[in-house]
Design a protein around this ligand. Structure first.
Ligand code: PMP
Length: 368
């Protein structure tokens, strides 16, 4: 069966091989007589699944030994509260606003700490990345928060800021929900990364937190026990029942990433090269089309989420219904931005982007 190409922003398309493997193991995981959903999280079978998933994630993202990997729940939205509860010490924090998701993070953090907005691109409707050397960083911030890929506005930090070079001693925290595992992370610049799983990693319900060990153990007294990063770390993310099936699926995706090849490149390097090629193909076509537009600054266009517009809103419905007929699903833009959005995560093959561009060319010819 050939499946349509699915451009959803999340929950999003997953590698077909992974779905097939999960299906084949659904009733009986490795001869255990149990499906993964039916296993005790404290049994040796599931513990081996969780340990392998963590080891593979560490391998894929080259996570240094002095970082802990936590498998949490509540999505990235919950982290908007959990982060200040753990790291702010109730004091000052710096937030950089680059789109809807970082805006939401800052708003939630205000419940727990003093939020200083160090930079914002609101004036240009979240289409540009405020130059790093323009950020007004505080002397005493407990951390600096950024969203390194804005899923709705399609703004990506292609290189993470070097806070030390910008004169800040604060640890950098990144919400990398929508581009985690699409490229390497420079851990010399990042103290904590978090991500909901439902884009590049697996099913919704699992949230990854990767945190430098020295940041653990400073939660505010009101922090719920289950949200205390140190308690999670001390209990190998099993203080309570973790999202077991999500961890299993994530583990299969990490193995899939490790198996990828692109010319001489392997693993995450292969994935990144493919993502660059996919995004370039798409942006090059949009820019040359004279029909479609993308308004994001050239230096910060997301490789994962590409909002684009047709020449008039009246064309949106015909575009979407024709796309569906052509086997190209979930292209409708976010309501706050309008137009269309193509999310081309790791699991979207180059052939999917080629098919979309082919459809767009044909549509432009018929309506141009
Ligand atoms: N941050 C970013 C960058 C996102 O893309 C999303 C979800 N689209 C969220 C936060 C919220 O994630 P969740 O719904 O898993 O809480």
């Amino acid at each position: 069966m050939t499946r349509p190409f699915n451009f959803s922003a999340g929950p999003a398309t997953l590698p077909e091989e992974v779905l097939q493997q999960a299906a084949s193991e659904m009733l009986d995981w490795h001869g255990s007589g149990m499906g993964v959903m039916e296993m005790s999280h404290r049994g040796k079978e599931f513990i081996s699944i969780a340990q392998q998933a963590e080891a593979d994630l560490r391998d894929v993202l080259a996570i240094p030994a002095h970082f802990k990997v936590l498998f949490m729940q509540g999505g990235a939205i919950a982290q908007n509260a959990i982060l200040p509860l753990n790291l702010s010490r109730g004091g000052r924090t710096d937030y950089v606003i680059t789109g809807s998701w970082s805006q939401k993070s800052a708003k939630e953090a205000r419940k727990f700490c003093d939020v200083h907005v160090a930079a914002t691109n609101e004036a240009d409707t979240h289409t540009q990345l405020p130059a790093y050397d323009s950020w007004q960083l505080s002397d005493d911030a407990a951390y600096v928060h950024v969203c390194s890929n804005e899923t709705i506005h399609g703004v990506e930090m292609h290189e993470l800021p070097d806070l030390a070079a910008l004169g800040s001693k604060a640890p950098l925290v990144i919400d990398c929900s929508s581009h985690i595992a699409s490229r390497p992370i420079d851990w010399s610049r990042v103290a904590m990364a978090y991500a909901g799983a439902q884009k590049n990693i697996g099913p919704a319900g699992l949230t990854l937190v990767i945190i430098r060990e020295d940041l653990l153990g400073h939660a505010l007294p009101i922090c719920p026990t289950i949200f205390d990063y140190k308690i999670q770390a001390d209990n190998d993310s099993m203080y309570n029942t973790p999202p077991t099936y999500g961890i299993y699926m994530a583990g299969l995706v990490f193995q899939w990433i490790k198996q990828q090849r692109e010319g001489a490149l392997t693993g995450l390097a292969a994935i990144e090269a493919r993502n660059i090629a996919k995004a370039q193909l798409f942006y090059d076509y949009v820019d040359a089309s004279g029909f479609y537009t993308n308004k994001v600054g050239a230096n910060c266009r997301s490789r994962m989420n590409i909002p684009f517009f047709l020449p008039g809103d009246a064309l949106n419905e015909p575009f979407l219904s024709g796309a569906k007929e052509a086997g190209l699903l979930q292209l409708k833009g976010h309501k706050s931005v309008g137009g269309m959005r193509a999310s081309i995560y790791n699991a979207m093959p180059l052939a999917g982007v080629q098919a979309l561009v082919g459809y767009m060319k044909d549509f432009a010819q018929r309506h141009g």
